[in-house]
Design a protein around this ligand. Sequence first.
Ligand SMILES: N[C@@H](CCC(=O)N[C@@H](CS)C(=O)NCC(=O)O)C(=O)O
Length: 97
Amino acid sequence: MRLYEGWNSSASWRVRWALALKQQAYESVWLDIAAGEHLRVLPGINPLCTVPTLELAPGDALAESVAILEGWRRRGPSRGSCRARRARGRASGSSSS
Ligand SMILES: N[C@@H](CCC(=O)N[C@@H](CS)C(=O)NCC(=O)O)C(=O)O
């Protein structure tokens, strides 16, 4: 899994934080938007050429930060959604998030 992101892109940070919360390992590719790097790197991956772009596998990428989070969650990080984890925690008597 590879995240194409920009340091000055708040949408990129949204995805980055979500992946960190889920402890999801991924490769980070930082693109310099101001220098137009995204326009050279992203066309074959995400026709919108925007960051963040989450590449799940070659030829399988998600764009738009909220859609990325939803799409990635639906495809099932094995730890499950935050809501599912909280429900499991309550069911087991654990107070974890
Ligand atoms: N609404 C989108 C924003 C995506 C977006 O517009 N990203 C900007 C950086 S924050 C970008 O890639 N701009 C490059 C361009 O438009 O050429 C999201 O939440 O992902």
